[in-house]
Design a protein around this ligand. Structure first.
Ligand SMILES: CC(C)=CCC/C(C)=C/CC/C(C)=C/COP(=O)(O)OP(=O)(O)O
Length: 301
């Protein structure tokens, strides 16, 4: 580093948390509304968690960089995250780090979950399709299940609940959300050369990559979608058991997240599986009304 180039000091906790909150407001088109149901300190914590996840994802998705450059950047991010979490080093590396390290410590989030997220994004850089549902499940664990596990640490559990029992439910919820996301983004992903649905499922329903690339919503594609939507619903159903375990603070936000993401699945069905003509999303008023409904229920309970 040239002698005249001085590394700026890390942001303060307050500045770092504010950075995460601004990023979440800008980028979390769906989850931001659910976070509004939380009391301010918890909302701030969820924004910090979101900012970390978003940053990992953004490194993996950066269209201006080659796959090799993204891989190198992810490795560097892994090293920096490790150093920050283990020794409080390198906090100046990214604006989100001071608040994130503080959150992970306060909420005793196991570091292996954060490493798993980076591994999930890294794996996504390898070309190649998913062959079996087990492979898809493993991918979803890394990019969504562990996010759910981190969420339950942030919200906390009821006194008699144990994290070991809750993690598999968080994994199911993550799988339900990720599967919804995959179905919504089928065409966008296939244009980027990616298909996250198991090749075995496509074969069973005689759906080809051309269906996805060309947006062919024919009976074969609809039969595949019907199958995948039913599968996602099973995981949404399993995730319901989370409500028996998470703290009263966590219930409204989880309820709103499930309503918003589950609402996308309903909308896919309502459009007869046409995920091609227009990106499936809930309207702004609908998301606001879900958040308000959850807040009202919170204030009554
Ligand atoms: C227990 C529990 C809460 C489990 C769920 C964990 C969780 C929140 C997983 C995120 C999965 C997901 C589809 C992220 C997309 O985020 P995005 O911001 O890119 O979403 P968008 O594409 O819809 O805007």
């Amino acid at each position: 580093m040239p002698a005249d180039q001085v590394t700026p000091p890390p942001l303060t906790l307050e500045q770092s948390a504010r950075y995460c909150q601004q990023l979440t407001r800008r980028r979390a088109g769906n989850f931001y509304f659910a976070f509004l149901t939380l009391p301010k300190p918890d909302r701030r914590d969820m924004s910090i968690l979101y900012a970390f996840m978003r940053h990992c994802d953004d490194i993996g998705d950066d269209p201006d960089k080659t796959i090799e450059a993204r891989r190198t950047e992810l490795e560097q991010w892994r090293t920096v995250t490790n150093a920050a979490l283990a020794q409080g080093d390198k906090l100046e590396f990214h604006s989100l780090l001071p608040a994130f390290v503080d959150l992970v410590e306060r909420k005793a989030i196991p570091h292996e979950f954060l490493q798993a997220v980076i591994t999930g994004v890294e794996r996504d850089l390898h070309e190649g399709s998913v062959q079996t549902f087990e492979e898809l499940e493993d991918y979803c664990y890394h990019v969504a299940g562990v996010v759910g596990r981190c969420c339950v640490h942030v919200w906390g559990l009821n006194p008699n609940s144990r994290f070991e029992d809750v993690y598999p439910l968080a994994d199911s919820c993550g799988l339900a959300f990720q599967l919804t996301n995959i179905l919504r983004d089928l065409q966008e992903d296939s244009l980027l050369g990616r298909c996250y649905l198991p090749q075995g499922d496509l074969d069973d329903h005689q759906v080809t990559r051309t269906h996805l690339l060309e947006g062919l919503n024919d009976p074969l594609f609809q039969s595949l979608m019907k199958f995948e939507v039913a599968r996602a619903r099973e995981y949404y159903a399993q995730a319901q058991a989370l409500f028996d375990h998470i703290s009263p603070t966590g219930k409204p936000v989880l309820g709103a997240m499930i309503k918003i993401y589950g609402g996308i699945l309903d909308e896919i069905e309502r459009r007869h599986y046409d995920v091609f003509t227009k990106r499936v999303s809930l309207s702004y008023p609908r998301k606001v009304s879900i958040a308000l409904g959850a807040m009202l229920r919170r204030s009554k309970s």
